[in-house]
Design a binder for this molecule. Structure first.
Ligand SMILES: [Zn+2]
Length: 260
């Protein structure tokens, strides 16, 4: 399923469910719904979230910067005898990191930023701790592995719960619902999901393939359902009226059916 479909369906349905169940929608809970709708695909190099946060151009520039820094560091270590020979090793590593494959480089970058945030998080706030831990976990994941399993839901839910503090239940609930809806949508694809790896058991209702006509059709239906739900949740009177009309129609059909 396309990234933008996940974004619309998971966040739209989550916010509607929050509204319909009487939970207040706050800015943090809306933000976490949006992030959670895309988060499971963070282990996919072409995912919307990674393309936006770590585009290829930026990665290439970072590589160049790291090479320049590595060369500078080597020269500095040589002239100032700065912790030599260990500093040489560090300088060479900085340069060597740049010749690795783009995907590995991104994983290394995510792990380093994650480590840094963990360090800051311990001193400052649980927010940074959550993001740091998450980045480190995601850096080492295979695609459609842990993020597309029940463990992913539990880990993400747990992290949000710990970080939620005064933000209330709607915050972590929003993240868990949106994340789970993403997985539910992926169940509709040919690959399906493996809820409890390493068990080979799969949840799969292969209605569509991403990029094919079946994908377009199923994604369009999911988006339409989302808009209907949002309409019911946020344009309440009209939505309620439509629901009661549908209910009335169903009752009439049942009555006719009973007479036959
Ligand atoms: Zn996915």
């Amino acid at each position: 399923m396309m990234g933008r479909t996940h974004l619309i369906v998971s966040s739209g349905m989550t916010l509607s469910i929050l509204s319909l169940t009487g939970q207040g929608i706050t800015l943090p809970s809306a933000a976490v719904a949006i992030i959670s709708s895309l988060l499971p695909d963070i282990d996919e190099p072409n995912s919307l979230l990674l393309q936006k946060t770590m585009p290829k151009g930026l990665l290439s520039k970072l590589k160049l910067l790291l090479v320049a820094f590595g060369v500078g560091f080597l020269a500095y270590s040589y002239y100032r005898s700065f912790y030599t020979p260990y500093s040489y090793g560090l300088g060479v590593m900085m340069i060597a990191v740049c010749i690795v494959h783009q995907r590995l480089f991104r994983q290394l970058l995510m792990a380093s930023i994650g480590g840094l945030l963990l360090y800051i998080g311990f001193a400052l706030s649980p927010w940074w701790l959550t993001i740091g831990a998450l980045l480190m976990v995601c850096a080492v994941l295979p695609h459609r592995g842990l993020t597309h399993s029940m463990y992913g839901v539990l880990i993400w839910g747990g992290l949000l719960y710990v970080a939620s503090g005064r933000l209330g239940h709607s915050f972590w609930a929003s993240g868990v619902i949106s994340y789970s809806l993403h997985l539910l949508c992926d169940v509709l694809t040919k690959q399906g999901i493996q809820p409890l790896p390493p068990l080979k058991w799969k949840w799969r209702v292969p209605l569509m393939s991403t990029g094919k006509f079946s994908g377009f059709l199923v994604e369009s239906i999911c988006i339409s359902l989302t808009f209907f739900l949002m309409w019911t949740a946020f344009v309440s009177p009209a939505g309620a009226e439509a629901l009661s009309l549908l209910e009335g129609f169903r009752e009439r059909v049942n009555a006719v059916w009973a007479r036959i």
